[in-house]
Every structure is written in C-alpha cells, then in structure tokens.
Write a protein that binds this ligand. Structure first.
Ligand SMILES: [Zn+2]
Length: 268
C-alpha cells in the first residue's frame, strides 16, 4: 500500500509537470450550463455515461465528438430512432472526386500510422482520397496532440463532423500518452481512421446502443439533429470490429469490415 501511494504521488508530480508545460492548451471549463446540458439531452446525446466537457472551441460530447455551441443550439430534437447499422451525418464532404490533404504535426510514428489509415481509405474505390502533405498551409486536415487532460478522461482522440459548406472537419487531436509507446501501430492507425471517419461524416456504428462497444447501460445516442442516416446495404444490428464503434482500445486494430466498405462506398 505504501508503495502504491508513493507511486501515486510520483504520478501526481508528473501530471503537475505535464500541466505546467501545456498551459496554453484549453482546459475543461468548470461548468457546462444547464441550458446546453438540457439541449444535448433533448437531442439525444449520452450525457450520463460520458461527461460533456466544455472547452474553448465548444464541447466534447460522447468522448470524441467536438461540437460548437452554435451547432448544439441549432439542433432540433430527434424525430426517429434508427435501429440499423452504419450512419452518416446530414453534412457530407462535397466537391467529389476530391483529395483531402492531411498534415500530421506529430512525431514520425504518427505519420506512419496516418499512412496506414490513408492506405485503408485509398484501397477502396471512393470519390475521396487522402494524401499526407508536409505543411499545414492549405491542408484540409491537421492531426496534432490533444491537450494533456484528454488522458485523464480516457479520450484517445477527437474530431468533428463536416461543415455545412461541404468541407471535412479540419482537425484531429490524438492523445500522446496513449500512443507514444503503442506496440501495435495498427491500433493507432485505427483511431486515426476512426477520427477521419467522423471528419467525413460517419457517426458511431453502434449509434443505437453505445453499450455494445463501451459497456455500461444500453443507450441510444439519438439523431442529435445532425442526422443519423441509415446507410443502405449495411446489416441490422451492431457489428463487432467496425472501425466506427464508439469505443476502442489503443492497441486494438479494426481494419474496415465488409460492411464498413459497403458504407464507405455508398457515401463516397
Ligand atoms: Zn468516435
């Protein structure tokens, strides 16, 4: 026990050190207003199993989805409750065929994993292709380190949904504490492919019941006003192994399943 608490103190010291290095990062603000919380509940997001976190640019909902206050407040309550598999948002990337350029502002391991994620997408006959570029200037998407506190909440990474103007969401944040020493590079590639999936409009595959991948009580994410459109050709019920399951582990590799490929090919 003594050893354990000493270790705890050492860990705390490390965290304090980490904090002082990252003071410019946005930290979760203390309170999410009841207005926002009620609206999120009304539009069907799970605010019980996963705390909503308020940050400078908006809110992190259901662990890895970044929504702005404007997006949240403009959503209307879900009318329908889909029960099937792969889902997309109403906003998709337009102007296809299109090349999405990705700049990875992180160490080599992250660039390697991004190449694997990109290869998975580019192996499919899609109207979207991804390409890694060497500079942030003009890049459609930048991949960079998440703020230190993501680690505290077990957040592997985060992203958002496409804009109303048809552009992919422009930023993916990854939590280095989970991935700097990852043994299976494909686990990191899977998380990058997952966040890329959100950026081009994919919602979680186990949208109708996040407990499928996350454990805990059955729960429906709801339409969220951003759309939860069933993708024809995908099966009824959640699918083990889909790259868009709500929860995963740092080392877990989930390459595209046959149904994932059907969903990708339908949308793009
Ligand atoms: Zn996700």
């Amino acid at each position: 026990m003594k050893k354990f608490s000493l270790w705890g103190i050492a860990l705390m010291a490390l965290m304090v050190f980490a904090c002082s290095q990252e003071e410019e990062s946005a930290t979760p603000q203390d309170e999410v207003s009841p207005e926002i919380l009620n609206q999120l509940k009304a539009i069907g997001f799970n605010t019980v199993d996963f705390d909503v976190k308020k940050i400078e640019t908006g809110y992190i909902v259901e662990r890895d989805i970044l929504l702005t206050e404007e997006q949240i407040m403009n959503m209307s309550p879900a009318g329908t409750t889909p029960t099937e598999e792969h889902y997309s948002t109403d906003n998709l990337v337009t102007g296809t065929p299109r090349v999405i350029s990705v700049f990875v502002n992180m160490p080599q391991r992250y660039r390697d994993a991004t190449d694997i994620a990109i290869a998975r997408y580019n192996a499919e006959p899609l109207n979207l292709t991804f390409q890694q570029v060497g500079s942030a200037a003009g890049a459609d998407m930048v991949i960079q380190a998440s703020p230190f506190w993501y680690f505290w909440f077990g957040i592997l990474g985060s992203a958002g949904f496409p804009t109303a103007g048809g552009d992919p969401f422009n930023e993916i944040l990854l939590t280095r504490q989970f991935y700097d020493n990852v043994v299976n590079i494909n686990g990191l590639a899977t998380t990058i492919a997952h966040e890329m999936g959100h950026c081009i409009g994919f919602r979680h595959t186990d949208y109708m019941d996040r407990s499928f991948s996350c454990g805990g009580a059955p729960d429906n994410e709801g339409d969220g006003g951003i759309g939860a459109n069933y993708i024809p050709g995908t099966p009824v019920g959640p699918e083990a192994g889909s790259w868009m399951l709500a929860c995963g582990s740092p080392e877990g590799d989930r390459p595209f399943t046959a149904n994932d490929k059907t969903a990708l090919n339908f949308l793009y």
